[in-house]
Design a protein around this ligand. Structure first.
Ligand SMILES: [Zn+2]
Length: 109
């Protein structure tokens, strides 16, 4: 496990950095930084003693339940939008999914 998984928010890349050896409290420890400065994902500030520990922590982190729910709803909305067989049921389902997404966004504010 040596490659960092992509950002769960934007799909962009994260990279590893190592503190300078003369930065006493965190000397030579590893940290993460995002390569997409426009992403709104919270930036973790954890330091790890080893590169492998940091990569493992990032790649096995749990996602917030709201993020999982929002991603699932977005995926469902895309499926509903792209149904080749459109009928009233598909339209009602797509509208229901959009309403759920909007209510999720209000809760998350
Ligand atoms: Zn991102």
């Amino acid at each position: 496990m040596s490659e960092l998984l992509p950002c769960p928010h934007c799909g962009g890349k994260w990279a590893l950095g190592q503190e300078p050896h003369d930065n006493a409290s965190v000397a030579s420890m590893w940290y993460l930084y995002h390569k997409n400065p426009r992403c709104r994902m919270d930036h973790p500030t954890y330091h790890f003693a080893s590169r492998d520990e940091l990569v493992a922590a990032w790649n096995t982190r749990t996602q917030a339940p709201e993020a999982i729910r929002a991603a699932a709803l977005e995926e469902a909305a895309k499926v509903a939008d792209n149904l080749s067989y459109k009928n009233n049921v598909a339209v009602v389902i797509a509208a229901a999914i959009r309403a759920l997404i909007q209510s999720s966004e209000r809760i998350g504010e």
